[in-house]
Design a protein around this ligand. Sequence first.
Ligand code: SAH
Length: 497
Amino acid sequence: MEWKKNDRVTVEITDIGTEGEGIGKLEGFILFIKDAVIGDIVEAKIMKSKKNYAYAKLEKVITPSPFRVQPRCKSHRQCGGCQLQALHYEKQLAFKQDKVKNHLLRIGGFSEAEIDSVMEPIVGMEEPFHYRNKAQYPVGRDKEGNPIAGFYAGRTHSIIANTECFLGRKENKEILDTILNYMREFHVAPYEEESGKGLIRHILIRTGFASGEIMVCLVLNYRGKAGTVQYLPHQEILLERLSKIQNMTSVSININTENTNVILGKETHTIWGSDTIRDSIRVRNMQKPDMDFTGDKLEFAISPLSFYQVNPLQTEKLYSLALQYAGLTGKETVWDLYCGIGTISLFLAAKAKQVYGVEIIPQAIEDAKANAARNGISNAEFFVGKAEEVLPEFYERHKGKAESAGIFESLPALTADMLYPDVIVVDPPRKGCDEKCLSTMLKMAPSRIVYVSCDSATLARDLRVLCDGGYELKKVRPVDQFGHTVHCECTALLVKR
Ligand code: SAH
């Protein structure tokens, strides 16, 4: 049977798609239905039909799934942020565990037996709400012209007014309401994408979970004089009000006058309080990750532009796992590729002889150095550049030079250690590691490779390359950093055969 647009169908949802949508089958014909939950029987309307499959719109849940829960957020269907809020959290975790397993199977080409012998159960959250330390709200107008802040509706740029996101901190609402009230009172215009007019584009809020310190950064379409101190009309009144909010530590503005989707511009100025907020990350004992801390912790200073993991409690578990997989005793030389502001590097440095971090963004490396100093760590060195360039250049230069002069044995010990490190840790962005980076890692032949990944598809692809190059996959463990979304972090350990 073929189905066409506007046909209504009744179907049981038997699977979850990669975007969190429900999947049902009718006589071999596959239906993708957003907002339908695995286990539901639903009525849906076909929106777009192809030969073997169609996208359909959820019209009515006829029999709700035992895994269906009441979502807390009223905007969860429109908002592009959460895809799984209607699914029981335990089932979300099972979905992520399966997703990683499937990628290892289909993309990595590992056998089911192999995967089952190395894969550990996903590390879930104790409380999967209010876990994010960072939120970025676009600012616009409602139909009456009032300023609003909220979220983009999935895949669009229309703003849904909502100052109460259940993934973010509860305090964010008070901050947003303060700013919106000020905008209304003093007729401060929100930015309009079409005309390029208006002042306030985005509100960025960050909180240090451990310190409680709050940072607010207003992204402005500011075209006034440079070097000024007054970026907003009646700025002193806004600052007076914001500074009264408990734990407010830093208020800044960021200038972005470009017609772009990129939220932040390059220039930031502190207009009240401190330039940074502090946060600390504790090392956990991963045998009992929810309760057991080793006593070690690291402190970081975070500025509006620096990258910092968004889920600090799960980050502790992720890093502690990476540290455990690295198996350090104090004698090791370690490379940490894609090191960001040096968070993992500094975790490793406390337990290794020497750590070398590589990161593409110069400002992040500046932060990494400052963070090392802040924690009294002197055995971590950082390099700016692409991992796929810094590592091969270093390797070819030193190895080539030493070999051609026949002095390989007499290489300075430090350089030899760097050429043949004990451990390499990588934590690349979603696209994974560059081939050149992987092939150089294989040449450097560390005893262990720890791969931290935010995309299990590229993880599986890269693990295959490393395993074909002489490594054995020993452990894989997903860590849920992003509850209610389809995203998932993962750590893997490879050991040289
Ligand atoms: N390990 C860090 C950062 C991980 S995010 C942490 O946990 O906080 C990935 C990092 O890789 C980002 O900081 C990004 O700027 C950096 N990056 C992206 N492409 C890169 C490349 N080709 N070479 C080196 N770093 C890169």
